[in-house]
Design a protein around this ligand. Structure first.
Ligand SMILES: *Cc1c(COP(=O)(O)O)cnc(C)c1O
Length: 424
């Protein structure tokens, strides 16, 4: 057997990996290999600790917890936002922890979508996550317009990727707003956010990105690129826990703008309790908050983001690229006889996961789960495998491919039906 493909090689790569010690910071089920960090990241001990600390502060301080304790709740959203700044390349005040992906998209569309004259359309793409498209459709309807006419979707040429040329060509003078994903959730393709921002601005169109599949796995420079806004969830690569509070970025140049959806938590902090009838909004991303923060959904992020900031996103990206390159290598060498297609970009325009296509994908995923590897199925034929740089090793990648090979060799997947579960 090729030396490079053996487990000894995987172990050597782990020894050379400066981030290998972070695996011990996570709760990982014995014997199981978790490859689903792009859907729901694992619990770290630091996140567990910070959640318990905040429960304790409720017990100890009751109402005074808003201003007392190690992590007072009143400005927690601002402080967790600050912890996320380096991950998106935000400057002071440009990032706030609030809402969720879909809610934040509603807020940002309500703030940035002002159809007027012949500029009435929102430009998005047909490969985006459905929730984003549902939100855009309803925002168009709220303006008294028809989504069928005013939501313009860039088509994919091959069902996997989007061509940046096609996106730029669609930036016509009827477009009032552009919303695109940073990384496509199926194929893992990264869009060139810097270039798309520039092209949009050359045409006078505001542009925002959904960072759900990019935050915590690739670096961003949203401030320097001049991107108008962005939004994301924190339960995928950021390991904030199920339903953890999301985040949003507003470029400093928009700090004086009024948020589309107002609420008292968007107030300047020292004015909030004046209880005035007219709001005084914060002069930064904080203005885009609506109501009282979900403190216990923010709490795990304190610990989790500490880990990200200890390591730094550049080092995480370097390891992530090595893990996915190694996985593709193994797949090409060990699984060539079994009809898989690698559906993610093979070059460095790939995000943090591998997208394997196979007609029997649904039941292969079930067989993988039965064999202790947690993948993620995407209808109709996609298996997503995300080796997370913080808690997956090269040996995990090696072991995943070995178990997959056994499943294919012995046709273990035939013991399962080729249909998705309710949650896939
Ligand atoms: C995960 C994900 C969502 C989920 O939205 P929620 O409001 O957090 O439920 C939305 N959009 C994209 C692109 C995603 O990857």
């Amino acid at each position: 057997m090729n030396q490079q493909l053996g487990v000894e090689n995987a172990r050597r790569l782990d020894q050379e990996d400066g981030l290998s010690r972070y695996k011990a910071e996570f709760h990982i089920k014995e014997g199981s290999i978790y490859m689903d960090g792009n859907s729901l990241g694992l619990l770290s001990k630091r996140a567990e600790q910070s959640l318990l600390q905040l429960l304790e502060s409720w017990k100890e301080h009751a109402i005074d917890g808003w201003m007392k304790g190690e992590h007072p709740w009143f400005n927690l959203s601002e402080r967790v936002g600050k912890q996320m700044e380096p991950l998106v390349g935000g400057k002071d005040g440009e990032v706030i922890a609030t809402g969720s992906t879909t809610v934040n998209l509603h807020q940002l569309t309500a703030s940035f979508y002002s159809p007027s004259g012949s500029r009435t359309k929102i430009l998005a793409d047909e490969l985006n996550f459905p929730s984003d498209l549902y939100a855009l459709q309803s925002q168009i309807r709220l303006k008294g317009l028809k989504p069928e006419e005013h939501l313009k979707l860039v088509k994919s040429r091959d069902g996997r990727f989007l061509d940046e040329e096609d996106i730029v060509d669609a930036m016509t003078d009827e477009v009032a707003l552009i919303v695109l994903p940073a990384v496509l959730y199926r194929s893992g393709k990264i869009l060139d956010m810097e270039r798309l921002t520039k092209e949009a601005h050359n045409r006078g169109i505001p542009i925002g990105f959904d960072l759900c599949h990019s935050i915590g796995t690739i670096p961003h420079k949203l401030h320097d690129w001049g991107t108008d806004f962005a939004f994301w969830c924190t339960y995928k690569y950021l390991n904030g826990g199920p339903g953890a509070t999301g985040g949003l970025f507003i470029h400093e140049k928009h700090f004086k703008k009024q948020p589309g959806l107002g609420g008292w938590f968007g107030s300047e902090k020292d004015k909030q309790f004046d209880m005035d009838i007219s709001p005084t909004y914060a002069q930064d991303a904080g203005a885009y908050q609506i109501g009282t923060p979900n403190v216990f959904s923010l709490a795990p992020l304190i610990g989790s983001l500490e880990l990200f900031n200890d390591v730094g996103i550049e080092r995480l990206r370097t390891k992530s690229l090595k893990l996915t390159a190694y996985m593709m290598d193994l797949i090409q060498n060990e699984l060539e006889d079994y009809g898989f297609t690698i559906g993610n970009p093979k070059d460095e325009s790939r995000g943090g996961h591998i997208f394997l296509e196979h007609p029997e994908a649904a039941r292969i995923c079930k067989a993988l789960k039965a064999a202790g590897v947690i993948p993620d199925f995407r209808k109709p034929n996609g298996i997503r495998l995300a080796p997370a740089a913080l808690y997956n090793s090269f040996e995990d990648v090696w072991e995943t491919v070995q178990r997959l090979k056994t499943i294919m060799e012995h046709e273990h997947y035939k013991l399962f039906t080729n249909e998705r579960e309710v949650i896939a």
